[in-house]
Structure formats: structure tokens, C-alpha cells
Design a protein. Structure first.
Length: 286
């Protein structure tokens, strides 16, 4: 159900009904708690967090918030610099794992449950707000951008890494689309965060010094398409959700198997895959 809409720039953004929004967030929480996202972060995309930390020039004494932080792929390298870091995520199970990882490394991060669309922090609290392939999965993009801007101080830095629609993960979501329920009206596709024009529309003239840089992540974890499929089927929440949605429908499960293997084999070259992402940085206006 959609209870209204609001104008932003030249497009109309639908507003998700509050009850539907709560149910959707509950599903997201369960989805990301399933499997083993920590293994994805450690074994497949470990360098991404450092990329956004470096781009934001995080340093000692800064107040940093990592939103939709997962297991701390960006929060932990930010803490290594001596910054005071808070990692916020909708899924407590991911925060618990991140806390264990940080303690094992001997760095301090405050792990706090929170919704990026409704952050429990005062205006202008942080010098840097960043997210590594996390905030992009919040269904209401406009509300997410508004909250990120609200909690960073004027002149503070925003840094976001998001998968692009044309890159491997964007194509993965396209491949899985026939096997998952349609999102509720008002929920926007995650890979839109990987489109520069979309970010420009979301943040508008409220930011300065915007930079959009498309990069490739080199992934060497998988030797074959089958190995990729098995890993993501067992560990990555959205893929787990797609298979669970199919139940015992063997024909459709086999079709999804084939789609994932085909996509991975098409991307693999000499044991390496390249996954395209957008690195976005900006400063909040005064």
C-alpha cells in the first residue's frame, strides 16, 4: 500500500505505508541474518571498506558513522586510523560478528542497532558518514539520503560504495528478479545507488565537491560458476531468500541454479571476476 508521494527534483517518489515498511524491514533483517554475510565480507570483498575509508580521508580524532555497516567492512579500517567510530546496522547478528572481529583485532568500534532511514543521532553529530554496499539496500532512497545528510556536520564528508546496475552484482539481482516476490510500491532497486545521476538527484544542492568514480573490484575467490553459485546460495542473504522463495519447486530451483552459474561463468576470466562499483564522495553544504 502507498499512502502518499512527495516531489523531489523532477521525479515523484512514492512513500511506503508504515505497516508495509515495518514488515519489509523485518524481512530484510531476517534475510541478512541468514547465511554468513561475514564470509562474503572477509573472503570476497574485504578491500572495499578500506577503499571508502581512504577516499573519505578518515583520520585520528574524527567522529565517523558507518551506516548499514554489516560486520564492519568499513567501520573496522576506519577505527584503525584512530577515529571514533560507530557502526550502525538493522541486523543485530551482523553487529555481533563485527564486534568479535574488532575485538580480535584490538580496535574499538561502538556497535549500535539502527535503521539508516531513521537514525537515532542528533543533527550534525559526525565528521564522516560512510557506507560500503550497505545503505544502497534501504528501500526508500530519498529518506536514506536525507538521514545521511542530517547526521553529518556542515562541511563533513559523505562516502558511499554501491554496486552499479551494469556490474556483476547489479546483473545478479536482475538474474534473481524472476524468482523473488515483487517489492512493495515505493521500494526502489538497490543498484540505483550506483548511478551518478540518481545520487545527484538524491543529494542535490545540499552537497558540494561531489566525486563519482566507477571502479572494478577484482574477485579471485571463485574458480568456476558452480563454486560461485554454491557460495552465494549458502551465504549471501538475497540469494538465500530467492531459493527459499522457490520452496521445493525443483524446476525453478534448477533454472535459478543455471542462471547464476551462467552469469558467473560469463564473468570469469582466468580465475578472476571484475565487479563494478561506484565510489561517491561529497561534502555537506554549510
Amino acid at each position: 500500500m502507498v499512502i502518499g508521494s512527495k516531489q523531489k527534483g523532477s521525479t515523484m517518489t512514492q512513500v511506503i505505508d508504515a505497516r508495509v515498511d515495518r514488515e519489509l524491514k523485518d524481512r530484510h533483517r531476517r534475510m541478512w541474518a541468514s547465511g554468513d554475510y561475514g564470509a562474503v565480507a572477509r573472503e570476497v570483498i574485504p578491500s572495499l571498506g578500506q577503499q571508502v575509508v581512504d577516499a573519505c580521508r578518515v583520520g585520528r580524532g574524527q567522529r565517523v558513522l558507518d551506516v548499514a555497516a554489516g560486520t564492519g567492512n568499513a567501520a573496522i579500517p576506519a577505527a584503525r586510523t584512530g577515529a571514533a567510530v560507530v557502526a550502525s546496522d538493522l541486523t543485530p547478528e551482523l553487529l555481533d560478528e563485527g564486534k568479535r572481529l574488532a575485538e580480535a583485532e584490538g580496535v574499538h568500534v561502538s556497535w549500535e542497532a539502527g535503521d539508516v532511514e531513521d537514525l537515532p543521532y542528533e543533527d550534525g553529530t559526525y565528521d564522516v558518514v560512510l557506507s560500503c554496499v550497505g545503505a544502497m539496500f534501504a528501500p526508500n532512497h530519498s529518506r536514506t539520503a536525507d538521514e545521511v545528510l542530517r547526521v553529518v556536520r556542515p562541511g563533513g564528508t559523505i562516502g558511499l560504495i554501491s554496486w552499479t546496475p551494469a556490474g556483476f552484482i547489479g546483473r545478479l539481482f536482475t538474474a534473481m528478479r524472476p524468482y523473488v516476490p515483487a517489492p512493495p510500491p515505493g521500494a526502489q532497486p538497490p543498484p540505483l545507488w550506483g548511478v551518478p545521476d540518481h545520487l545527484d538527484e538524491l543529494f542535490g544542492d545540499r552537497v558540494t565537491d561531489e566525486r563519482h568514480e566507477v571502479r572494478d573490484l577484482r574477485v579471485t575467490r571463485f574458480a568456476t560458476g558452480e563454486e560461485f553459485r554454491d557460495f552465494f546460495r549458502d551465504r549471501y542473504g538475497p540469494t538465500i531468500g530467492a531459493y527459499r522463495n522457490l520452496g521445493e519447486d525443483r524446476e525453478r530451483r534448477a533454472a535459478l541454479d543455471e542462471a547464476l552459474v551462467s552469469l558467473a561463468d560469463e564473468t570469469l576470466r582466468d580465475g578472476e571476476m571484475r565487479w563494478e562499483y561506484l565510489l561517491y564522495t561529497a561534502r555537506r553544504g554549510g
